[in-house]
Ligand binder design. Structure first.
Ligand code: G
Ligand code: G
Ligand code: NA
Ligand code: MN
Length: 254
């Protein structure tokens, strides 16, 4: 309950901040980042998202917070567009079901883009399969409206939810993200290896990009590369970084 009060009172921009985790291609070159929310609590220190996102969803704070995340990511995009070494980076933003389900969600995203002046083609929204318990027609319509402006979509944590392939076919997605629970034991567990290979093959046949998250070792990366996955995110490349750290990472050349 104390955490709940603090969450209601926390001011985005003061206690919340975004970190950015590098996403790289087969050559290890940085192509974009995933924005990850951090809560710097005045007494508790850094509270991990797993501890406050579910609570923020439950009490509705996720709505103003999610709006702040979109605005902040778009402003960051514009700042990076202004420098040659970061101008091509994309930012992937996590969108909660509750946020996406708002009737004005499309307007919120367009407003964040317009007020920042960021290029919509550099913004990617990460959705989860849990969205598909809602009205799929509404989901598809919102996605189509944003895609028409150039915004991209990734399906996060793919394989952990309950979505059917029939739904998957209807969504105008750009990318599948292989959940890190499959990547973790991909070298030790034959089922995880098969699942990862199947997701990669599925993405390829649906003409979607595929990225693996939670890549922690060279061996995992090599296995995924052999299976046909050429985009990665994980501690092997970098943990999530504050903006200044990300800029240092870029200057070092990854
Ligand atoms: O950073 P970390 O790996 O601990 O994040 C844990 C979870 O919190 C992930 O599932 C991630 O998708 C979620 N998360 C991180 N940032 C955001 C955000 O800005 N909005 C929403 N809705 N979820 C986020
Ligand atoms: O899917 P989701 O958006 O929840 O994933 C992002 C989360 O995964 C963040 O909390 C991030 O800190 C975490 N993460 C990123 N890379 C790795 C990794 O290589 N290993 C593990 N265990 N977690 C990671
Ligand atoms: Na995510
Ligand atoms: Mn994920």
């Amino acid at each position: 309950a104390a955490l709940e009060t603090d969450l209601r009172d926390a001011v985005p921009g003061r206690q919340f901040l975004l970190h950015y985790q590098p996403q790289v291609d087969q050559h290890g070159r940085l192509t974009g980042v995933e924005a990850l929310l951090r809560w710097r609590h005045p007494l508790r220190g850094m509270v991990p998202p797993a501890e406050f996102i579910p609570l923020a969803e439950e009490i509705g704070v996720i709505l103003p917070l999610g709006r702040w995340v979109l605005q902040t990511a778009c402003r960051q995009l514009l700042a990076w567009e202004g420098r040659p070494e970061t101008r091509r980076l994309s930012i992937a933003v996590n969108v909660s079901v509750r946020q996406f389900s708002q009737h004005d969600f499309v307007a919120q995203v367009l407003e964040a883009l317009a007020s920042s002046g960021a290029d919509p083609r550099r913004l990617k929204l990460e959705l989860t399969e849990s969205l598909l318990v809602a009205d799929v027609g509404d989901v598809v319509a919102k996605m189509a409206a944003l895609k028409a402006r150039g915004v991209g979509f990734a399906l996060d944590d793919f394989g952990t939810g309950y979505s059917s392939l029939a739904y998957l076919k209807r969504l105008p997605l750009d990318q599948l993200k292989i959940d890190r629970s499959f990547v973790r034991d991909v070298l030790k567990d034959q089922s995880d290896a098969s699942i990862a290979q199947t997701i990669i093959a599925l993405a390829r046949s649906l003409k979607l990009d595929v990225i693996a998250e939670g890549v922690e070792t060279r061996e995992q990366r090599d296995f995924l590369a052999r299976a046909g996955c050429h985009a990665y995110q994980g501690y092997f490349f970098s943990r999530p970084l504050a903006p200044a750290e990300l800029e240092r990472y870029v200057r070092r050349g990854g």
